[in-house]
Design a protein around this ligand. Structure first.
Ligand SMILES: [Fe+2]
Length: 282
């Protein structure tokens, strides 16, 4: 091989090596460095007493751990000063240690009241005992039910829908919202794992929906966004961010962890969402 060719080959190897190292660093960062995204949500249907009400949303943890005892995650949540913590499914899955969800739930409950809805992955295993343990740890596991949030005597509704992977004969979303509407016209905050129901929630008159499921498209490229999607998401490009339809606001978290044994996030840092509610128009 000529001297010039040798140098060219060496340069090529160096470039490939540098790219591999850069990608490796990005990959580690994309799976380890927690970010916080804050959304301001305005509505003239929200009572004045809820001005500044802070909801921390955790989605799609999939058993993820950040620091000893998840302390890095808990620190970020504490710093966000939540009034409530909403966990929108896939906190654990078939690869997660049994004690993970109840232990983390207990720590979250020390910070603020915790409300939980199931994701698709919980139903791959039988989640009922884990739900019980999470309830014993202090969380409210919301299985197509709702309750009233009260601040200084004023009220809003917090509801939670089970993932459709749950029991075949469970209450539908229409039935759940119908029950709420029959009782009150209060502002409705809905926790629901999947990101594909904006049209339905808008038609039902739900005010705010917090969901996840899409993991932001797993691998996110500049100018393109998330490139991997679940089958049902091709018709619903609502894979991360905030969306609005007919007065319904839907926030889609990019999630925190990854399903499967391998962490599959690239250029897509784990995301804690903070929804800050405001009474009145923007
Ligand atoms: Fe997930």
């Amino acid at each position: 091989m000529k001297k010039k060719e040798k140098r060219g080959l060496r340069n090529l190897i160096m470039i490939i090596l540098a790219l591999v190292i850069i990608l490796g660093v990005c990959y580690i960062d994309s799976n380890r460095r927690l970010t916080v995204t804050e959304y301001d949500v305005y509505s003239d249907r929200l009572p004045e007493a809820f001005e500044g009400f802070r909801i921390v949303q955790l989605s799609d943890l999939h058993g993820a751990v950040f620091g000893e005892g998840n302390e890095k995650l808990l620190d970020k949540i504490r710093a966000a000063e939540p009034d409530i913590i909403a966990v929108t499914g896939d906190m654990f899955d078939e690869n997660t240690d049994e004690g993970y969800a109840p232990e983390l739930t207990a720590r979250l409950c020390e910070i603020a009241p915790v409300y939980y809805v199931s994701g698709n992955h919980e139903w791959v295993i039988n989640p009922r005992n884990t739900f019980k343990a999470m309830e014993a740890a202090g969380a409210k596991v919301m299985r197509n039910e709702y309750e009233t949030l009260t601040v200084e005597g004023e009220t809003a509704v917090l509801a939670g829908a089970d993932d459709p992977n749950g029991p075949y004969d469970m209450k539908t979303k229409d039935e759940l919202v119908g029950e709420i509407k029959a009782e009150t016209d209060d502002y409705i905050i809905m926790l629901s794992h999947r990101n594909t129901d904006l049209d339905l929630w808008a038609s039902l008159g739900v005010d705010l929906v917090l969901c996840g499921h899409a993991h932001g498209g797993f691998i996110r490229l500049p100018f393109v966004g998330g490139i991997l999607r679940h089958r049902e998401e091709w018709d619903h490009p609502t894979i991360e961010g905030v969306f609005e339809k007919d007065g319904t606001v839907m926030i889609v978290s990019r999630g925190i962890g990854s399903s499967g044994k391998m962490a599959l996030r690239l250029f897509n840092n784990p995301e804690i969402v903070v929804a800050v509610l405001h009474a009145g128009e923007k």
